[in-house]
Design a protein around this ligand. Structure first.
Ligand code: AVI
Length: 326
């Protein structure tokens, strides 16, 4: 999968999407960016994925946070009070564990979730303010994958930026490094990042997590075609494509593809595209990188973070890293 080479970030959202789809589908091999998964239907399907028996990621990370929340908050705060920033509002379920621990410590806590979706932020705000008295939510509608800035912290406070859920794993290694460098440059020395990374494990556990028996991940993957049919007038026949999850050991990642079951032509009139698919040809839709021991630590160090705590579950399936900005 190639990364987008056009200056897409400067375009309006609908133009950005059109340019990304065109670039991906005229490439050889074909690909689509994984951020296309997350329309309203795709976000609901992802919520269902997090509850699947095969998708160990969410529950394993939640277990670590539940066990370690007090330790994490104490280490991040040091002798000061803590305010929390979260990249992406989708994981507010797990963040509530950390917010509760912070409120226990200091009565009131400022929580700044950053997300491109104003709806997701409004839902998170309503839910958190109703459930955890003492948390003041200050949402920010922003694409954190681009240069991102923060106001100075409250007097006597340190920031902890929360980036959990293995979201970093959906970025190519150089993009992940760039993202962490951006975060570092928005922080002051002594602030910290809490990073959740999924770790390499046996192949069948990994493959099952991305190809569940109930077919929810298949629906999630195919939702990208549903979107292209609805938003660009495309005529993808969903039954003519199969969901495929592949472990790529060279790159240490699960890849998701949509494989054409037959030779076929597909039209996307609104993008003036006529596509041909060979039988077995795929559209590469997602990479989910799985980290090896020491890799997340090295990535954090290269982005300007030091002094680190790492917590894992007893099976060593998931890592939560707290690293201070130096
Ligand atoms: C959002 N992200 C961390 C998920 C992952 O595991 O890479 C997206 C996902 N794709 C298929 N299942 C879940």
């Amino acid at each position: 999968m190639t990364t987008i080479s056009l200056p897409l970030n400067s375009l309006q959202p609908d133009k950005r999407m059109a340019a990304a789809v065109t670039e991906g589908l005229v490439s050889q091999p074909k690909w689509l960016p994984s951020w296309l998964f997350y329309d309203a239907a795709g976000s609901r399907l992802f919520d269902q994925i997090t509850e699947l028996p095969e998708y160990y990621v969410t529950r394993t990370e939640r277990g670590i946070l539940s066990q370690r929340a007090e330790e994490i908050v104490a280490a991040a705060a040091g002798n000061e009070a803590l305010q929390l920033v979260e990249l992406g509002a989708g994981s507010c379920d797990k963040t509530r564990i950390l917010l509760r621990a912070a409120v226990e410590r200091q009565d009131t806590v400022l929580y700044e979730p950053v997300d491109v979706s104003a709806t997701a932020l409004a839902e998170a705000q309503q839910r958190i303010e109703a459930e955890i008295p003492g948390v003041l939510v200050s949402p920010r509608v922003e694409d954190y994958t681009h240069a991102f800035t923060l106001d100075p912290p409250l007097f006597g406070h340190r920031r902890m930026v929360i980036y959990i859920g293995s979201s970093i794993g959906n970025f190519e290694p150089h993009e992940a490094a760039g993202l962490l460098r951006n975060v570092r440059s928005a922080l002051r020395a002594g602030d910290s990042i809490l990073l959740g990374v999924d770790l390499v494990k046996d192949q069948s556990t990994l493959l099952d997590a991305y190809d569940d028996a109930a077919g929810v991940t298949a629906d999630f993957n195919k939702n990208i075609l549903v979107r292209l049919n609805r938003e660009f007038g495309a005529n993808f026949d969903l039954d003519a494509f199969a969901h495929r999850a592949v472990w790529n050991p060279t790159h240490s990642r699960i890849e998701m593809h949509l494989e054409s079951r037959i030779g076929q032509a597909v039209q996307i009139p609104n993008l003036e595209l006529n596509l041909c698919f060979r039988r077995g040809e795929t559209i590469h839709t997602e990479n989910s990188y799985k980290y090896r021991p020491g890799q997340a630590e090295a990535l954090l160090r290269s982005a300007g973070f030091g002094a680190e705590h790492t917590w894992t579950d007893e099976r060593g399936w998931f890592g939560v890293h707290l690293a201070a900005a130096v």
